[in-house]
Write a protein that binds this ligand. Structure first.
Ligand SMILES: NC(=O)c1ccc[n+]([C@@H]2O[C@H](COP(=O)([O-])OP(=O)(O)OC[C@H]3O[C@@H](n4cnc5c(N)ncnc54)[C@H](O)[C@@H]3O)[C@@H](O)[C@H]2O)c1
Length: 402
């Protein structure tokens, strides 16, 4: 069995010309000039993170809703709220955060690339692989850094699992088990009308919540060979089009197997977990409970280092604003990494290519939901010269997959 293909800790970016840190006359590195696009719920995490970082100044923000942009600027002490996207890029920015609804990410990211501005895009990078591919290619051609927010990778508990895989503690990973067991009430969808619709959200629990665990799965185990999904909408079917519950089986290119369960139909939600078992028999796991809290290693069952850490009580569901607020420390950690990656001319902790790769898996999971058959991830070899693109690109029938 081969080791998983990993990218995040093996930066390969050479510093493009416009990645050079800006210097003032005395040779001091000049502060990066940051902008925020989309001034809704999660943008506050980006504003707070930039504000607390030395070497960054937030210069301006933009939202298609003028009033929202002005209120956001006032609340976060941002000097300019502008009324068009070009006006934001007239502010001589170095770096932008994209915090807009999913299908708008491509236009904003490509515009940033055209202006030579480094971009940190909220997840999902896009809702279809072709769109994500265009974004990655635009940023690469423009020589700007593209990162995608998957802040759960920055948890110490997540990094400890990655280390246990890299240092051989687990042997080869053979089995991953993922559970995303969450609660969403109807107001989640009615308060933000773009949510819950195929065209504007791109999917349900998988595209919006469980995507973080697809990212972790591939960070740990590498590329996916095929997937088989069953899904349905069990709650709020009167207001949403998308799936709220799914169960999937995945075969990784390494030969490992993964079981993936995700739902927003629980009341109360019971948290999120990824557990990895290796060929040595050892199992390690992380558990995020309540949703948005920093995960702990709830199971650590390796020789000479064994512990269980399970919660003793079931908690009430929290408001979305509280969940988003509790994500803040690791948004801050990822934004600090992104700023440092731009200064240093290295790859960020989650690259555009990483986000494209996990979106390819998501796309296969959605195709399998519709076809009722196993499906392979979309190909994206055109933006990943290093990847072995010899895999069969034919859509598999049941008889053609292992
Ligand atoms: N990393 C995480 O854990 C996390 C958590 C929550 C949300 N998100 C992601 O952040 C993004 C935003 O989510 P949200 O919950 O803040 O949404 P939101 O609806 O609260 O905010 C989106 C804002 O973007 C504005 N907007 C829409 N189209 C625009 C455009 N073309 N240009 C500029 N502004 C535009 C809207 O007016 C709105 O103010 C989504 O991609 C979402 O999945 C990530």
């Amino acid at each position: 069995m081969s080791h998983p293909q990993t990218t995040a800790n093996t930066p390969e970016v050479t510093r493009p010309e416009n990645c050079e840190p800006r210097r003032s006359g005395a040779g001091e590195v000049r502060a990066l000039r940051a902008g925020i696009i989309g001034c809704g719920a999660i943008a506050a995490n980006h504003a707070s993170a930039y504000r607390d970082l030395p070497g960054v100044e937030i210069i301006g923000c933009f939202d298609i809703d003028d009033q929202r942009a002005r209120a956001f600027a006032a609340e976060h002490d941002i000097p300019r709220a502008v009324t068009t996207l070009p006006a934001l890029f007239d502010l001589d920015l170095d770096i932008v955060s994209v915090c807009t609804p999913h299908p708008t990410h491509e236009e904003v990211v490509v515009t940033a690339a055209d202006h030579g501005v480094h971009v940190l895009c909220e997840k999902p990078i896009a809702i279809d692989v072709a769109s994500a591919e265009r974004m990655v290619r635009s940023c690469r051609d423009a020589g700007v850094t593209l990162g995608c927010v998957f802040q759960r990778r920055l948890w110490p508990a997540a990094q400890r699992i990655r280390t246990a895989i890299e240092d051989g503690t687990l042997g080869d990973p053979i089995l991953a088990r993922i559970e995303v067991l969450l609660h969403r009430d109807s107001s989640y969808y009615t308060a933000t009308p773009w949510r819950g619709k195929w065209a504007s959200d791109g999917g349900g629990v998988l595209m919006t919540q469980a995507i973080h665990y697809v990212d972790l799965l591939q960070w740990y185990l590498g590329d996916v060979e095929w997937v088989m999904t069953a899904a349905d909408t069990f709650t709020h079917g009167d207001i949403i089009e998308v799936e709220d519950t799914l169960a999937a089986t995945l075969r990784l290119s390494s030969g490992a197997i993964a079981q993936f369960t995700a739902s927003t139909a629980l009341t109360p939600g019971l948290g999120q977990r990824i557990a990895i078992t290796g060929s040595t028999g050892a199992t390690v796991s992380l558990f995020e409970y309540p949703e948005g809290a920093e995960a702990i290693n709830d199971v650590w069952a390796v020789p000479a280092d064994r512990s269980f850490d399970y919660p003793e009580t079931i908690l009430d569901d929290r408001a979305l604003s509280e969940i988003n607020g509790s994500l803040m420390p690791f948004h801050a950690a990822q934004i600090a990494d992104f700023v440092d990656s731009v200064h240093a001319g290295r790859a960020p902790v989650v690259t555009g290519e990483d986000a494209l790769r996990s979106l390819g898996t998501m796309s296969a999971l959605y195709r399998s939901m519709r076809s009722g058959r196993p499906e392979r991830p979309d190909e994206y070899a055109s933006v990943n010269a290093a990847r072995d693109d010899s895999a069969d690109s034919e859509t598999p029938g049941k008889e053609t997959v292992r």
